[in-house]
Ligand binder design. Structure first.
Ligand SMILES: [Zn+2]
Length: 289
């Protein structure tokens, strides 16, 4: 048991680190644009971000990230306009989830062509959400855009976090942009909604086989860094460890309960959202096994 002074010190330290993290949050600008290479930029607004590619002939933008926040989209366009007056030719959807793709109308009003995987368009036509621009063009397994001397490849690596996720590659800079299915040093979101577990593993193998060495995500990665192929390998290891632990729990009759409360993976205890999301991840794998 801690002595009162030690307990006070511990409380003070905890309060200080909370204050520091609150201060860091308060100091982080609401939005920012970061240059990654000669042509590639990242626009972040709150906890969402999108890659955009600037060329002399025009701009290739990605996810509008304007779900319930239209000012996010107008700020995104203003940020592009600080860099170039070239026309915004394309908006590419990473997948069909609204938190990444809603709010694109200001881009449409500027004449951009919207591109998505064919499964994304099929979903969006059924869901009929009013604040999503329906894609003009759909792609299958692979499509390349060439604009102003820069090539961007759109690669479908199969079903994972959704059935419509595209990897966007800028081959000349070996940069990849993926959203929601690669999560470096982070436990995956809650019950991994809308996911395809067995195919997710295959899609990560396919991501590793592509030619890139820096990855941008649809949410900032821990410490604001870019991801590497080692992050993808670590995620595959995490998903394999999670799967094996939940299989054992299922074999012992512990799925659906009490596995989400009992299964722990201490090797990953320092990963973001470990306490918060691991039970949801376990429940999802109970559904798998
Ligand atoms: Zn998503």
């Amino acid at each position: 048991m801690k002595k009162p002074l030690l307990r006070f010190a511990a409380t003070w330290l905890a309060a200080c680190s909370l204050m520091l993290s609150l201060t860091a949050l308060a100091q982080a600008p609401e939005h920012e644009t970061t240059k990654i290479s000669d042509n590639v930029y990242v626009y972040r607004h709150g906890g969402h971000q999108a890659m955009f590619v600037v060329t002399p002939a025009g701009v290739i933008a990605t996810d509008p990230i304007g779900y319930q926040h239209p000012e996010t989209v107008t700020t995104y366009i203003a940020e592009i306009r600080k860099i170039t007056q070239a026309p915004i030719k394309y908006v590419i959807y990473s997948h069909h989830h609204y938190d990444h793709i809603a709010g694109g109308k200001p881009f449409k009003d500027l004449g951009a062509t919207f591109i998505a995987h064919k499964n994304a368009k099929a979903r969006l036509l059924k869901l009929k959400y009013p604040d999503v621009v329906i894609p003009d063009v759909t792609v299958g397994n692979k499509h390349s855009l060439n604009l102003g001397g820069v090539r961007v490849d759109l690669v479908y690596v199969g079903r994972n976090h959704s059935d419509s996720s595209l990897v966007m590659l800028v081959p000349k800079d070996k940069i990849a942009f993926t959203v929601d299915f690669v999560s470096p040093e982070s436990v995956m979101f809650r019950g991994m909604p809308d996911s395809y577990i067995s195919e997710w593993f295959t899609s990560l193998d396919r991501v590793l086989a592509l030619d890139w060495d820096k990855m941008i995500g649809g949410h900032p990665y821990p410490g604001g860094r870019l991801a590497t192929k080692d992050d993808v390998r670590s995620q595959i290891a995490f998903m394999n460890d999670l799967s094996a632990a939940v299989k054992q729990a299922a074999d012992n009759g512990k799925c659906w309960d009490p596995a989400p409360m009992e299964v722990k993976l201490p090797k990953y205890a320092k990963w973001a959202n470990y306490e918060r999301y691991l039970p949801g991840n376990v429940e999802r794998f109970c559904g798998y096994w």
